[in-house]
Write a protein that binds this ligand. Sequence first.
Ligand SMILES: N[C@@H](CCC(=O)N[C@@H](CS)C(=O)NCC(=O)O)C(=O)O
Length: 101
Amino acid sequence: MPEGMVRADEAQQKIDKECASLALYHFKTCPFCIKVRKEMSRLSLPIELRDAQLDSSIRADLLQGGGKIQTPCLRIADARGNVQWMYESDDIIKYLQQRFA
Ligand SMILES: N[C@@H](CCC(=O)N[C@@H](CS)C(=O)NCC(=O)O)C(=O)O
């Protein structure tokens, strides 16, 4: 994994808080997921990882919320509790870069 970017403590704490409303549904060995996880590491984003391959309840959440079993999928919740399910590794990477880079 690439070494993550270093931010001032306060800036990183703000990012950590924002990342608490995100979760990445992934398969450990999926190359598209690896690409996204690398970018998360590069940007030092502590986003919760949910293994949709091995954990059947996480798999069920993904199917019910996102509509299909495909990873990676980023679950994005906003302050009002609205939830967006973002598929496609390139779209997820673009989103993370635009929001956090
Ligand atoms: N174009 C998608 C491809 C994602 C993809 O094909 N993921 C595979 C895993 S590597 C998948 O979820 N397959 C469905 C399955 O295995 O049930 C992306 O870039 O995210």
